[in-house]
Write a protein that binds this ligand. Structure first.
Ligand SMILES: Nc1ncnc2c1ncn2[C@@H]1O[C@H](COP(=O)(O)OP(=O)(O)OP(=O)(O)O)[C@@H](O)[C@H]1O
Ligand SMILES: [Mg+2]
Length: 382
């Protein structure tokens, strides 16, 4: 018995969800043997705690169980255990007030021992043992039996908790996987398709000869097919995000904004720190507005061909020294005329001012423009 129990306990630690019923069954069998009960059953409560979700039993021949028909519904004595999860010992079920009676075909059961399956104060289910061996303890369950049953119920509770943790972890892994695939699609596949389309387009200008026109229209056809593929991939990415909860973090939205605004310019988006977690809500809206305006200016006014966007959530606020987000957009365009009348940039200044942050726009010594916008991080809401 000892070694069997030990093996059982080991099984609880390494088991996966598929094993749960088997482990519960083995625990139940150990419990019935240890206390000398003829029948045993273990019910796992449904999420709302009102009925039984999982039910394993032992001692009843399959044909008898089939005769009984349905699983216990958690009424009667079992219902009492669900409402009041404390060990319950009854010498004669047929005389107990709470008994609703056994269904037709059910073997007679007199003595009853039920204990709750509890993990960290939460009731997961119940373990019931019935029909104590008449040759033992006068056919009545004892306080020691109750102790044994409670110990095994605790192991069963751990098994159930383990299994649900395991299932949660698996679900999370699937979500993370989808998110990673979406990232890869966005960062690599779309960029490549884009680049392929562009170089094909460039090729058409170099086509010469009598059938140049025909070849040009063929290439144009391929380019538009590529555009369609890009649209399909975007739809797929969107689907993957919907599956992962539909919530778009700042990083993802940054990539979208830059791609939308940059036109033909080559872009790089870099983030530092947990931008998705630290930069949310209205602050995220401001950051995106900054990146949108800066990218649009770089392309429209500076005719830049390269853009580097950096969002750093680990920056410190120049004024207070407190945690801040810094947005920097560098371009290789013509360079800003700092004396020019401001419109979009004035809006970014205002967004910074309202947050106690700052905006700086200047020519880079190596050519082009650098825009730097900083704002303190928002206090996390309680
Ligand atoms: N990255 C840049 N490269 C070159 N010039 C720039 C750049 N950013 C801004 N400028 C110059 O600064 C001026 C002011 O920019 P701002 O964004 O405030 O206004 P705008 O872009 O002209 O108008 P709006 O933003 O309302 O479309 C621009 O007209 C342009 O001359
Ligand atoms: Mg502008």
């Amino acid at each position: 018995m000892e070694t069997r129990l030990r093996r059982l306990l080991d099984a609880v630690v390494v088991m996966n969800d598929l094993d749960l019923d088997a482990v519960l069954h083995a625990l139940l069998q150990a419990a019935t043997e240890l206390v000398g009960a003829r029948y045993g059953a273990l019910g796992v409560l449904s999420a709302d705690g009102r009925g039984l979700d999982r039910f394993v039993h032992t001692g009843m021949a399959p044909e008898v169980a089939a005769l009984v028909g349905h699983l216990p519904e958690g009424r009667g004595v079992l219902g009492r255990l669900i409402d009041d999860p404390r060990p319950l010992r009854i010498d004669d079920l047929t005389r107990d007030a709470a008994a609703v009676g056994l269904p037709p075909g059910h073997p007679p059961m007199r003595s009853f021992l039920g204990v709750p399956v509890v993990v960290r104060g939460q009731v997961f289910g119940n373990l019931y043992l019935t029909e104590k061996d008449p040759g033992l303890d006068g056919g009545r369950f004892t306080a020691e039996d109750s102790e044994v049953a409670q110990a095994l119920a605790a192991v069963a509770g751990t098994a159930v908790a383990n299994a649900s943790l395991h299932a949660d972890a698996q679900r999370l892994a699937v979500l993370e996987d989808r998110d990673r695939i979406a990232h890869d699609l966005h960062d690599h596949v779309i960029q490549r398709l884009f680049a392929a389309g562009l170089s094909l387009q460039a090729l058409t200008t170099r086509l010469q000869g009598p059938d140049a026109e025909e070849q040009r229209s063929r290439v144009a056809g391929v380019v538009s097919q590529l555009d369609e593929v890009v649209r399909d991939v975007r739809t797929t990415i969107f689907g993957l995000h919907v599956m992962t909860g539909g919530h778009d973090g700042l990083r993802r939205r940054l990539l979208d904004v830059v791609e939308e605004m940059a036109g033909r310019a080559t872009t790089a988006v870099r983030t530092a720190g947990a931008v998705d977690v630290l930069v949310t809500g209205a602050l995220a809206t401001d950051v995106l507005a900054v990146v949108r305006e800066a990218s649009s200016n770089a392309v429209r006014h500076g005719r830049a061909t390269h853009l580097v966007v950096t969002v750093d959530a680990t920056a410190s606020d120049p004024a207070s020294g407190g945690p801040a987000v810094a947005v920097q957009v560098d371009d290789d365009g013509s360079g800003v005329d700092t004396g020019a009348a401001r419109s979009g940039l004035a809006g970014l200044s205002e967004r910074a001012r309202l947050r106690g942050g700052a905006l700086e726009v200047r020519r880079r010594s190596e050519g082009g423009t650098r825009l730097l916008w900083t704002a303190p991080l928002e206090e996390p809401s309680p």
